[in-house]
Design a protein around this ligand. Structure first.
Ligand code: NAD
Length: 491
């Protein structure tokens, strides 16, 4: 039995799970609310243990046939899946701007084209997966990458479509079946994704979607002993819980977590370019894991740099993410807004100075003003903890060694940015302990490149062939070169 679709600004979307090729309703539901103006968008199915059992069971049932197809036969299915996402580009943009507050312009020009690529690129790439042959005098080893089985994909609310497809693409292309648990604060684009999988004719059970809260539906999913892999993006606290739970069944996890990345501005940097890029850290209201939220600026140019950044920030358009001109939208949820405000208030109470912002923004109830805090010490909470809002900190340094020490002086190690004369900036970037770092740039990502963090920012790498390494089991098929004679003395 399925429920009537929700109507969101002219887009029709199912509130149900998608299990074994069919929509499945729940008696229990939760509310989906628009962060722009707190409009209620509708009630979404909340997955029970029985729904989790059915979804994983469907994925188990579909696995051997899907795996046996091989990459070449899977590719047309996945190309049709990617094409369907592209056809629904407008609907995806409408839904994610309504339930997550993501800029509609960014959906159209960045997120949806990337989601299409996430499916199509990995389907093509899987065609290049080749057995590796190791010849020794004794034997020929044919090393294969076999699909692992059922993959649980768990995504956060800040970029649900991009992050789901980034994991589902390589998981399906390499022959696994998938159960996606959508984020409860932004569930709608994952539902439309299930429609796209259906339109593309993916066999029932190959792709399944569960809606529901992390502590119930998510927890039941990661506890299922039939999983072969868990690919999770979200917070450190949840990741620790998932890793502990997965350990009970020895299920490998890929964990893409939070960040507190440094944005270093050297004295020889192009300060206009650095200021323009630093303002981008307010994008998505700062709810971006890879943002360089700690500005570390050489003390000799700090005043000039701050003046230039202020000029850019004053021109930022804070407003309705559905409007083309808007550059900074709302905070996803009242709880997240309170969290952001709490960080700022505690920092100010401990002596931080507000250079701009520091309070809610008058545009709407769930808006926080782009903020810059200074007067901080390295051990301050706001320097150490991920805020996940439009809040940057500014610290100054006097030498490269001091900049590196500050950059490396948190428990996180996801991304980073370094502006300076090219050779100087590269040399310094190499000393920052992190998963990736952009030199005189920000946000360049290629699907062939690895992505992931170190320290508390994550475990493992996805992207390019690293995704296949995670989603596949390596098997060595050993064929002797001489007839094998069994003997107890044989080694
Ligand atoms: P979260 O950890 O609260 O939730 C993420 C997902 O996990 C949601 O779908 C949630 O329902 C689910 N979940 C929660 N508890 C669970 C449990 N016990 N078992 C199974 N699933 C559970 O994170 P969030 O607040 O949604 O997202 C923000 C965080 O995500 C930030 O820390 C941000 O930095 C991080 N993030 C990281 C990346 C990256 O690529 N490194 C990208 C985006 C966001």
């Amino acid at each position: 039995m399925s429920s009537p679709n929700l109507e969101v600004a002219g887009v029709s979307v199912s509130p149900d799970h998608y299990i074994n090729g069919e929509r499945v309703a729940s008696d229990a539901t939760f509310e989906c609310v628009c962060p722009i103006d707190q409009t209620r968008l509708g009630d979404i199915a909340s997955g029970s243990a029985a729904h989790v059992d059915a979804a994983v069971g469907a994925a188990v049932g579909a696995f051997s046939t899907w795996a046996a197809l091989g990459p070449a036969a899977r590719q047309p299915y996945l190309q049709r899946f990617a094409d369907a996402i592209g056809r629904h580009a407008e609907a995806f943009a409408t839904l994610e701007s309504h339930d997550a507050g993501v800029l509609r312009s960014r959906m159209a020009h960045g997120v949806v084209p990337r989601a299409v690529q996430n499916i199509a690129w990995f389907a093509e790439r899987a065609l290049t997966l080749q057995d590796r042959v190791i010849e020794t005098p004794q034997a020929r080893h044919v090393v294969r990458h076999d699909p692992a089985g059922v993959v649980a994909v768990i995504t956060p609310w800040n970029s649900p479509l991009m992050l789901a497809t980034w994991k589902i693409g390589p998981a399906l292309a390499s022959g696994n079946t998938v159960v996606l648990k959508a984020p409860e604060w932004a569930p709608l684009t994952s539902s439309l994704l299930a429609d796209c999988a259906h339109e593309a004719g993916l066999p029932p059970g190959v792709f399944n979607l569960l809606q529901g809260a992390g502590a119930q539906t998510g927890a039941a999913l990661v506890s299922d002993a039939r999983l072969a892999r868990i690919s999770f993006t979200g917070s450190v606290g949840t990741a620790k819980w998932i890793a502990r739970t997965a350990a009970a069944n020895l299920v490998p996890c890929s964990l893409e977590l939070g960040g507190k990345s440094a944005f270093i501005v050297l004295a020889d940097a192009d300060l206009d370019a650095a200021a323009a890029t630093a303002a981008l850290m307010y994008r998505n209201a700062g709810q971006v894991c890879l943002a360089g939220t700690r500005l570390l600026v050489h003390r000799d140019i700090a005043a000039v740099f701050t003046g230039k950044l202020r000029a850019v920030v004053e021109r930022l358009v804070v407003g309705d993410p559905r409007e083309a001109a808007t550059e900074v939208g709302p905070i996803i949820h009242p709880r997240q807004l309170e969290r952001v405000q709490g960080f700022v208030e505690r920092a100010v109470a401990r002596g931080a100075r507000v250079l701009w912002g520091g309070a809610r923004h008058p545009f709407g109830e769930q808006y926080f003003a782009p903020t810059l805090l200074t007067g901080l010490r390295q051990h301050d909470e706001i320097v150490q903890q991920e805020v996940f809002g439009p809040v940057l900190t500014l610290q100054t340094f006097a030498s490269d060694d001091e900049a590196v020490e500050m950059a490396n002086g948190t428990d996180y190690g996801l991304g980073g940015v370094c502006y300076g004369e090219q050779t100087h900036a590269i040399e310094l970037a190499q000393r920052v302990r992190t998963g990736f770092i952009w030199v005189n740039s920000f946000g360049i990502r290629d699907l062939a490149a690895p992505f992931g963090g170190i320290k508390r920012s994550g475990v493992g790498r996805e992207g390019g062939d690293w995704s296949f390494e995670f989603f596949c089991d390596v098997k060595d098929v050993v064929v002797p070169k001489q007839p094998f004679r069994a003997s107890f003395s044989h080694r």
